[in-house]
Design a protein around this ligand. Sequence first.
Ligand code: PEP
Ligand code: MN
Length: 343
Amino acid sequence: MIAIVKESATPEQLDHFVSWIEDRGFRTNVSHGENETIVGIIGDTTRIDPFLLESMDIIDQVRRVSEPFKKANRKFHPADTVVDCGHGVLLGGGNFQVIAGPCSVEGANLMDIARAVKSAGAGLLRGGAYKPRTSPYSYQGMGERGLNLLMEAGGELDLPVVTEVMDPRDVQLFLDKGIDVMQIGARNSQNFPLLREVGKTQVPILLKRGISGTIDELLMAAEYVMSEGNPNVILCERGIRSFETRTRNTFDMNAIPVLHRLSHLPVVGDPSHATGHTRYVRPIAYAACAAGADGLEIEVHDQPSKAWSDGAQALTPTQFRDAMRRIALIRDAVCADLGEGDE
Ligand code: PEP
Ligand code: MN
């Protein structure tokens, strides 16, 4: 439930109202917008009589909010969230970033790939040290050594690093290493203990949509992280499982504008896992930009045929550079602020 507070309300009246609500066992989320102040009331609001609230002097309107996500909800936080990823790199609210690098950290080639993606314009370096593989016999990642290599490359090139954490017991290690952004993979999108654990940190979280996860489930996963106190969540559409077999997954382009409408959190598109084939990665990357994505996550490998995982969907550094040039053109053409014509 949200209560829209009249412009004429004094800070004392607002405090009084908030205490009144909290004394009744609810939590609140106060958002000061440019034109109005909104009090989000969190808890079992079926116990509240909206007419009683509306009868109070300072309350303009009360609305029941059907969505169960509050902290991720644009209704309580109208302005876009901008996530500070470290190294001066901002993502969201008009700050567009490309996260690029290999699927897995494999060794010394990480530095070459990192240099290539940085020089092409990537803002963040990605690489998996702990890999969620469908088969226990597939390559599982370098583990802690992989985190060290990532931090070395990020430090040398002044790039924030993004890497997946799979186990709540590893979160402290990621913090100790200074990992800039922790990725929650599609398979862990509903691993609630893990979501809670990363929620106890302030490290930005790149939260992927579950393989068969709905948009609402993604937002509820974000809510798990945020409800523990970490507001730095970046949502990622990475394709969902459908009946189609020609591609690894089906990129849900709709999710980008829908998530923007429902949530203030930044939305990134991952055309690599969404398609599974190098030849489709660029077209989907361009379409995601045109649909309003705040960023992209793209797998890049210096020798895709030798990659230890996901080589079939990796771009070469040359293909990535070409993609970055076209992405800039598309953003200029479609995402330019046209002022009044923006409807
Ligand atoms: C990855 O980014 O390498 C990855 C495993 O992604 P997803 O969780 O989307 O499959
Ligand atoms: Mn991958």
